[in-house]
Design a protein. Structure first.
Length: 225
């Protein structure tokens, strides 16, 4: 593929003008803490198997994106080992018996450097792919993501990962306010709640694409050939 050639991707509410050399694949929080038993997601009472259906489509998209030589970035939600970047309100939210920073089966919950904080092996970053550690739900809050994107000339993103209504939605909204165009492939994002999966995607594409565009991974893959 010629990365300088714009191509149209079938999407809702209308076709997305894909400019490969200006577009990053941003994979949000595909971490063991959210996708494997014993982590933060399960601690909050969720069934992690709901999220795991997004793994295979992400693997196919990531492989094609890498093969096309395009830019990939990953994010991880988590906190410093001393928890100095963890707002007390976030630590006690949910009033769970086990909290962020406590010991769990995959190490301290949502703490950087612990096994559970790491990205799942199926989507593990390779050399040259930026990994953005974020303390919040949005990938722009308290990170250097915006600076990296601007310095690299990135103006649009294909955003995938988990969860649809929390970190994916927050990031797409933050990106939109900063002037980036975001395309979300519905099969590459996941929610613990089917109704939030649906609503989270509808909120992005409603009102003429108020936050961005929604498609599915087969249409993005077709544009990468
Ligand atoms: C949540 C996330 N759901 N990555 N984080 O707490 O969506």
């Amino acid at each position: 593929m010629n990365p300088t050639h714009m191509r149209l991707i079938d999407a809702e509410p209308y076709a997305f003008s894909f400019e490969p050399d200006r577009c990053a694949l941003l994979i949000i929080d595909m971490q063991r803490d959210f996708l494997e038993p014993g982590g933060f997601g399960e601690m909050l009472g969720n069934d992690v198997s709901e999220l795991r259906r997004a793994i295979a489509p992400n693997q196919r998209l990531l492989a094609a994106w890498r093969a096309a030589g395009l830019r990939v970035m990953h994010t991880r939600e988590g906190h410093r080992p001393d928890l100095a970047d963890l707002p007390p309100a976030k630590r006690i939210r949910g009033r769970c018996a086990t909290r962020i920073g406590d010991a769990g089966p995959m190490g301290r919950i949502l703490v950087r450097g612990e096994a559970g904080h790491d990205i799942i092996p199926e989507l593990y970053p390779v050399a040259g792919e930026a990994v953005v550690d974020k303390p919040g739900k949005g990938a722009f809050h308290a990170t250097d993501l915006d600076a990296m994107l601007r310095n690299l000339g990135i103006t649009q993103m294909v955003v995938t990962g988990v969860t649809t209504e929390v970190c994916v939605n927050t990031t797409v909204r933050e990106a939109n306010d900063r002037g980036y165009d975001c395309l979300v492939p519905s099969d590459c994002v996941g929610s613990y709640f089917p109704e939030f999966q649906d609503a989270g995607l509808r909120m992005i594409k409603a009102q003429g694409g108020i936050f961005g565009w929604v498609t599915d991974s087969t249409k993005v893959l077709a544009a990468l050939l």
